[in-house]
Design a protein around this ligand. Structure first.
Ligand SMILES: Nc1ncnc2c1ncn2[C@@H]1O[C@H](COP(=O)(O)OP(=O)(O)OP(=O)(O)O)[C@@H](O)[C@H]1O
Length: 279
């Protein structure tokens, strides 16, 4: 049986005294999957994705990534594991006054000494790959432009290149298209999907848009009230399930305990063909 790249066990996050953002999430993620996480606002999607690389510290539970217990790491060891996880943000997190290629090269910062990065002494191979990636996303003419002169869609494409140049094993994207118009959103999703499948990366994306989830995901997970209420192939996510989840009809949902949450059968890794999508 294929080994998961990431295993989440009974993950709980409580903010302050009583905001239970995650209520006991247990999930395995396998190499090459393109997973989209959907769910209503406040469901816990961002908290979940940010717990994986410890931008959020979980209250309880285990996060086993590439054989390491992320929840137990700190300092240098945490930084080392984190460098294997690329992150794409809703608001891009680029350095506005810096040009496009330097922003992409920032993806390699954790792998080169500080003085070299300050002097701009990047490896030739990294520069070459950064240019190749920028060509792939159609930004070859913008390489020396300041990042803050780009459109939102272009900025996010730079964000994708930066995350890929980090050469991660896992890519996390927290609402990558939430600030974009539909046309740019589609380009960004398409490029994120194509590049991660080409590089055989595992990708976990938070989205609000169910249509994009169905178009690109190999697997869709729905989170509601900090619990997994759907875990299956895009074709299994029927309109009536979507309606139930977003309109709060919880008759078919079992939200009381972790053991009751998976009302869709658990998927076997062999079903999760790399490159499969629902187009
Ligand atoms: N830093 C924080 N401090 C306190 N409460 C928080 C914090 N971040 C999130 N929460 C709360 O945790 C719950 C889950 O929030 P989260 O942002 O993870 O949900 P989400 O599904 O990503 O929502 P959205 O789709 O609106 O971004 C919400 O009730 C939210 O108010």
């Amino acid at each position: 049986m294929m080994k998961p790249l990431l295993s989440i066990k009974n993950l709980v996050k409580v903010y302050g005294k009583e905001t239970r953002a995650l209520n006991g999430i247990t999930l395995d993620f396998f190499p090459g999957e393109f997973i989209v996480i959907i769910g209503p606002s406040g469901a816990g999607k961002s908290t979940f994705i940010r717990s994986i690389n410890r931008l959020v510290d979980p209250t309880k539970g285990e996060i086993i990534f590439d054989g390491q217990h992320m929840e137990k790491l700190s300092g240098r060891k945490l930084r080392k594991e984190r460098s294997k996880i690329g992150m794409i943000f809703q608001h891009y997190n680029l350095v506005g006054r810096t040009n496009v290629i330097k922003n992409v090269l920032h993806g390699q910062l954790s792998n080169i000494p500080l003085y070299k990065s300050l002097l701009g002494l990047y490896h030739h191979e990294d520069k070459k790959e950064a240019v190749e990636l920028l060509k792939k996303v159609g930004l070859e003419d913008q390489i020396y432009k300041r990042a803050d002169e780009l459109s939102g869609g272009q900025m996010q494409r730079v964000g994708i290149c930066r995350a890929i140049l980090q050469r991660p094993k896992l890519l996390l994207a927290d609402e990558p298209i939430a600030s974009l118009d539909p046309l740019s959103a589609n380009i960004v999703m398409q490029q994120l999907h194509t590049i991660s499948q080409e590089k055989k990366l595992t990708c976990i994306v938070n989205l609000h848009q169910v249509d994009y989830a169905k178009k690109y995901a190999t697997r869709i997970i729905e989170i509601k009230k900090g619990l997994v209420v759907f875990d299956g192939a895009p074709s299994q996510l029927t309109d009536s399930i979507i309606k139930d989840i977003y309109e709060g009809k919880e008759s078919q949902m079992k939200l009381k305990g972790e053991s009751e949450t998976h009302f869709v059968e658990k998927r076997q890794p062999k079903q999760l063909a790399v490159g499969q999508n629902n187009e």
